[in-house]
Ligand binder design. Structure first.
Ligand code: F3S
Length: 424
C-alpha cells in the first residue's frame, strides 16, 4: 500500500507508539482489502469499550495510556450501561463503574463521549464526500445514504482511523462501489416509522450487501424514517449504502443512481412483506416485562413525539417503558421540558445504552471476570425490527413488534397493542 511520508513516519514510530500501533493495523486492513493508498478522514465514530467485556475496556485504557489522541472529530458508540443513571435500568453498579472507566479513557482520547448509535442527532453531521469511519452499521448507512459521506462498516479499526486520521482506500471510499445494484419499487403506504423499520428488514434480507435504489415512497421520508430504514437494511443485510434518488447526494435520478445501467426488473415491496416482518418478531403468549422505544437512539423530534403521546397520561402500574436516546439529545429534550413530561408519565429516559446492549444480554454476560447475571425476561415490546432481532439473538426472550404509537399505548394500558389486526 502506498503511504505518504507522514504515514510512513507514523508506521515507523516517529510519532509515538499509539500512532505506530494504529497505522500498523490500518496497513494490515488495507492490504487485506487490496487498498492502493489511504484517504484522509474527517470524522470517526469509534468503539465505546464495552464493560460487559473487561478486556474491551482495558484495550481503550491501554491506548489512552500510550498517549493516543483522536486526530479528527470523534464520537463514541453505544455502551453497556447508562453511566449517570444506571440504577434506573437495574444495572449492577460494578458494570456501571467499569463502563465509567471506559468513559475516562475516551476523555483522554479526546472523543466526544456521546455513547450513542445516532451521533448525528448529537451534532456529528459529516457532509457530502467526507471520508469517515464508523463501528456502528446504523451510522455507516445513515452517513452514506442520507448525508453522502463515505464510510465502510468498520470494527475496531475505526479507533485506529481516528488516531491517525487515515483509512485505507477501499469499499465505499471508492466511487465505483457507490452505485445501485438492485432496483426496488415500494408499493405500499408507509404509515409509521416502524413501517420503515419493517421495510428495511425485509429488503435487507433480499439485497444482502447490495446497494438498493428505492422508489415509490408516497412522501419524502423524514430523517427519522430514513434512520429507521437504514438501521434495518444494515441489520437484516450487510447494506452500507442505499440510494433514494433526489435525496441521497449526489444522485438526482434513477439513471445516475445506477451510473446509467438501470436494471430492467424491479423488486416490489408490498404490505404483506411488512406484515411478515411484524409477525416474525411478535411471538410468545403476549407477556412482556418491558416496552422500549428509541432504536436507533431517539432524535429530538422522536422525543417530542413521545412526549406528545405521553402528556398527562400514566404508564400502567407494573409496566416499564424505556425511552433510549443520546446524552446530548436527552439534554436538549430536558431543556425543552420533554423529559419532564415523559418521566411524569412514569417512563424512563435512558442514555448510553439500549435493551440489547445492556446487562440483559445473555450472550455476553455473565463475564466470569465480572460476575454479571442477566435477568430473566419474558418479552419486550419494541417499535424497531433491529432491536427485535438483537433482543432475540442476545437476550433470547420473546419480542412484540408494533408501531411507536401502539408500543406507547401498550405501556399505558398494560396489554399488547398490535400494529395490524390479527397480529400478535
Ligand atoms: Fe442503537 Fe441499540 Fe438500536 S445500539 S440501533 S438502540 S439495537
Amino acid at each position: 500500500m502506498k503511504l505518504t511520508a507522514d504515514e510512513r513516519a507514523m508506521l515507523d514510530g516517529a510519532q509515538g507508539e499509539a500512532k505506530r500501533v494504529a497505522m500498523e493495523g490500518l496497513v494490515q486492513l488495507g492490504e487485506a482489502f487490496g487498498a492502493e493508498d489511504t484517504v484522509e478522514i474527517g470524522y470517526a465514530h469509534i468503539h465505546a469499550g464495552m464493560a460487559l467485556y473487561l478486556h474491551d475496556v482495558e484495550l481503550m485504557e491501554e491506548l489512552a495510556g500510550m498517549g493516543a489522541k483522536m486526530a479528527v472529530p470523534a464520537s463514541s458508540n453505544i455502551a453497556n450501561a447508562d453511566m449517570a443513571n444506571w440504577r434506573q435500568t437495574g444495572a449492577p453498579e460494578k458494570l456501571a463503574r467499569l463502563q465509567q472507566r471506559a468513559e475516562s479513557a475516551h476523555r483522554q482520547l479526546g472523543s466526544a463521549c456521546s455513547f450513542t448509535c445516532t451521533p448525528y442527532w448529537a451534532g456529528h453531521w459529516p457532509t457530502w464526500n467526507t471520508h469517515m469511519t464508523s463501528i456502528e452499521s446504523t451510522v455507516t448507512v445513515f452517513c452514506n445514504s442520507v448525508l453522502g459521506a463515505r464510510s465502510n462498516r468498520d470494527g475496531f479499526f475505526a479507533v485506529y482511523a481516528g488516531i491517525t486520521g487515515r483509512y485505507p482506500r477501499f469499499g465505499y471510499h471508492l466511487e465505483a462501489n457507490r452505485r445501485g445494484t438492485h432496483r426496488v419499487r415500494i408499493e405500499t403506504a408507509l404509515e409509521s416509522v416502524s413501517d420503515f423499520s419493517a421495510l428495511g428488514f425485509h429488503l435487507g434480507g433480499l439485497v444482502g450487501e447490495g446497494v438498493p435504489v428505492l422508489e415509490g415512497f408516497g412522501h419524502r421520508p423524514s430523517l427519522d424514517e430514513l434512520d429507521a430504514l437504514g438501521a434495518t437494511l444494515a441489520t437484516a443485510g450487510g447494506v452500507a449504502l442505499f440510494i433514494l434518488p433526489g435525496v441521497t447526494p449526489p444522485f438526482a435520478d434513477r439513471a445516475q443512481a445506477f451510473a446509467g445501467r438501470v436494471p430492467a426488473e424491479a423488486m416490489v415491496a408490498r404490505r404483506t412483506d411488512l406484515e411478515r416482518v411484524y409477525d416474525r418478531f411478535s411471538t410468545g403468549s403476549g407477556d412482556f416485562d418491558l416496552v422500549h422505544v428509541g432504536c436507533p437512539h431517539a432524535s429530538f423530534e422522536d422525543m417530542r413525539h413521545y412526549a406528545r403521546l405521553l402528556d398527562g397520561k400514566r404508564v400502567k402500574d407494573g409496566v416499564e417503558l424505556w425511552v433510549t436516546t443520546s446524552r446530548q439529545v436527552r439534554q436538549m429534550a430536558a431543556e425543552a421540558g420533554l423529559v419532564r413530561t415523559i418521566e411524569a408519565a412514569g417512563a424512563k429516559v435512558i442514555s448510553d445504552t439500549c435493551p440489547m446492549s445492556c446487562h440483559f444480554a445473555r450472550t455476553t454476560s455473565p463475564d466470569p471476570a465480572l460476575g454479571v447475571a442477566p435477568p430473566s425476561l419474558r418479552g419486550i415490546v419494541v417499535d424497531s425490527a433491529k432491536q427485535a432481532k438483537y433482543v432475540r439473538d442476545m437476550i433470547r426472550c420473546d419480542t412484540l413488534l408494533t408501531s411507536t404509537e401502539r408500543a406507547i399505548e401498550t405501556a399505558l394500558c398494560g396489554a399488547f397493542r398490535p400494529r395490524f389486526e390479527g397480529q400478535g
